[in-house]
Design a protein around this ligand. Sequence first.
Ligand SMILES: [Fe+2]
Ligand SMILES: [Fe+2]
Length: 144
Amino acid sequence: MITAITDTFTDDHHRCDRLLAAAEASAGGSDWSAIGAAAALATAMERHFTLEEDIVFPALAQVFFVAENPIEIMCSEHAQMRPLVADLGEAVGARDKSAFLGILETLHFLVQQHNYNEEGIIYPMADGALPERAVEMAAMISDV
Ligand SMILES: [Fe+2]
Ligand SMILES: [Fe+2]
């Protein structure tokens, strides 16, 4: 059984988790190194969302109609998280540490729920429904 999509996209979730934790930690310092940490997190999350929305989800929806509804939910959650990531950049710009940490806390909560559903439902579906493309898609997300 192929698990290439599940394995690599889950790894990328963990990479984003580490960047989120690093952003949280960076807010504690006096040098406000959060600028770099927030930018790294935003880049990693946007790249991840885009690969799902442009490559994995459309391919899955095309061959496995049952996936359409959960995919729609995943995309609406991306749409919920994107403005938070943008707000994070604004909080850094305004040197607003409490807003920064508040946004990260909300983001952390949303990301955990979202990733749980992708790792448990969407990615295994994609591995099962797209066996001939799974390795190729896994290579795209691994290529950081
Ligand atoms: Fe996602
Ligand atoms: Fe994901």
